[in-house]
Design a protein around this ligand. Sequence first.
Ligand SMILES: *Cc1c(COP(=O)(O)O)cnc(C)c1O
Length: 511
Amino acid sequence: MDKAMSKNCTRDKETVSGSRGLLQQEPLLNEVGSAEKCGVDLPPVPPHKARLGAMEREAALGLPGLSEPEALRHYVRLSQRNYAIDLGLYPLGSCTMKHNPRLNEKLARLPGFADIHPLQPQSTVQGALALMAGLSHWLTTLTGMDAVALPPKAGAHGEWCGMMCIRAAIAERGELETRRRVLVPESAHGTNPATAAECGFEIDQLPANASGRVDMDVLRQKIGPDIAAIMLTNPNTCGLFERDICDIADLVHEAGGYFYCDGANLNAIMGKVRVRDLGVDAMHINLHKTFSTPHGGGGPGAGPVVLSRRLSAYAPLPYLVRDGEGWTLVEHEAQSDARPFGRMSAFHGQMGMFVRALAYMMSHGNDGLRQAAEDAVLNANYILARCTEAMSPAFDGHCMHEALFDDRFLKGTGVTTLDFAKAMIDEGYHPMTMYFPLVVHGAMLIEPTETESKESLDRFIDTLLGLAKAAKVGETDRFACAPVLAPLRRLDETRAARQPVLRWQEDEGAA
Ligand SMILES: *Cc1c(COP(=O)(O)O)cnc(C)c1O
């Protein structure tokens, strides 16, 4: 064995500098910067008369000044601490695709899209409006739905848009007082019950059956004339296709309610299933989960909502209409011959995301999109099949785009799902989604996506199997202390969430 690996070389010693390996530790910018330092030469401010009156700042702003290399290194260091889709396999479940093709970025930067302003006269942005119409065409064709609302800026925002359309339809029927209940499965993403509550409905939870799907007997008991809607995710958050979905839609429709489908997992079925045929009335599509636009810190989201014929009249302002040779964005209710429920954002939606999503669709074509769905499902099932040897799948049978395990395989080892996930960090992997969905004990939700090669999946699976084996033979140190190789060790995440320190204060320093 290599000398460096011998017993007395403990690898979790703190270093003198605080840096670990070639990852740099750095103090806060407020601690290193000084107001006197500046990365650029700015001309002196000419004398001017303040127009802020009593609002005028009297003391210096106190921002830390940095030289150009200091500022640059700060951001490069931050980027190196960030696990990224451009760095390695990202197993987070319930996130779906994680691929931002460079072609999308190139197109989104074209000046004709990047340099226009939403307040420009519509006659000067016909190309952008045509792009929005093109995207709408792809979204309605892929889903078979009647209309699409482009303004929502995230999946959760789309849920709100769809549920507001449902609310408007119920109000028009004069049933807002009596149709109060929205059925939401226990396994649902937390945004579903939150949205229903935000729209003024009461939430009624639907339990899952032993196969991780909606319990039809309970559903039949719960259906009644006070049902406003059901909010159902398909494929659901257990990574399973809801086999009874058409019966569910029929039951809800017969009771006079609407079917809201959470379409966050559309990437598993696009090109394979026509959403309209499932009886859906409204469904959001997270462009960042199905059509390759950046997630989270990577940029603003977009969550367009497709609507059935029964709901399309209530879509929010502004919306696009064909106008002779060109396109018009209908901005005001007075201009509209529909019954929009209102307006949910200042402008028309996230143009940059529309460009990226359409670029992805057009570069794949309909057969390519179908193949992306098939490959996502294949990859998840490959993980499920190989990991079944040492881990415990939460449900029997095949999965869709994500593989769900529970913590039975860790029973008696003293290792928890959290420990297991932290040990993955030492192995160079971002952890999978943990403890979600809530209906599965110690859940580990793994979603590889369609972009991973077999080699990359095998490396990842070998790591999971190796860790599972280490837990079983009692190598608990590997888990209890993990992560030991990351720049920071195990953090008090609860305290960080409950008592976040959001403001640096000079006298408290780095406290
Ligand atoms: C991600 C997700 C959402 C919320 O989407 P955001 O774009 O993050 O607001 C809702 N439902 C499910 C099932 C999801 O996976």
